[in-house]
Ligand binder design. Structure first.
Ligand SMILES: CC(C)(COP(=O)(O)OP(=O)(O)OC[C@H]1O[C@@H](n2cnc3c(N)ncnc32)[C@H](O)[C@@H]1OP(=O)(O)O)[C@@H](O)C(=O)NCCC(=O)NCCS
Length: 142
């Protein structure tokens, strides 16, 4: 593990660098929910739950985490390709789960694109289990 990589809370000042990390990564899709005002709102509603991994002022990992009072949700976990397999994602996820626990949330869900096999393998490897009893339904709200 590269000891110089620190995990800290995400702030709006990280927005540009985090978007640069997320953009173009396989396994992630960005949308309307990721505009600057919408991320600002997400961070405000979920204060202290979202994290970045930083190395010499470079953002090398990020994760969004939130809860609705019942369940926790993780979004957009990503680590820069050259920093992978160093335990950074595991640390980002652990930080989120610890914060959720502190807030009294006892279960956490996340969404993975069905074609993101590497992503699914990762989640399985760190102790998440795939649900085969649930399908996701969505609707755009005008
Ligand atoms: C998935 C991703 C976040 C993993 O990041 P990472 O920093 O390399 O992961 P870590 O080093 O923390 O891995 C933790 C453990 O999972 C294992 N692991 C990492 N990627 C894995 C994979 N694709 N398949 C299986 N195991 C994996 C590691 O070997 C490590 O195991 P260990 O602790 O037993 O030694 C990174 O590959 C990535 O950004 N992928 C593209 C974006 C993406 O798909 N995100 C998920 C969206 S749902």
């Amino acid at each position: 593990m590269d000891a110089s990589v620190i995990i800290r809370e995400m702030s709006m000042e990280d927005y540009t660098k985090v978007m640069a990390l997320w953009s173009g990564l396989e396994g992630l899709a960005l949308g309307n929910a990721d505009t600057q005002p919408n991320i600002r709102r997400f961070l405000k509603r979920n204060a202290g739950l979202c994290f970045v991994a930083e190395n010499e002022q470079q953002i090398v990992g990020a994760i969004l985490c939130g809860h609705d009072g019942r369940r926790g949700y993780l979004h957009h976990l990503a680590v820069s390709p050259s920093y992978r397999k160093n335990g950074i994602a595991r640390r980002l996820v652990a930080n989120c789960l610890n914060k959720l626990k502190e807030e009294g949330i006892s279960k956490c869900h996340l969404f993975v694109f069905a074609n993101n096999q590497q992503g699914m393998d990762f989640w399985q490897h760190i102790g998440f289990h795939q649900r085969n009893d649930i399908n996701i339904f969505s609707q755009d709200i005008e």
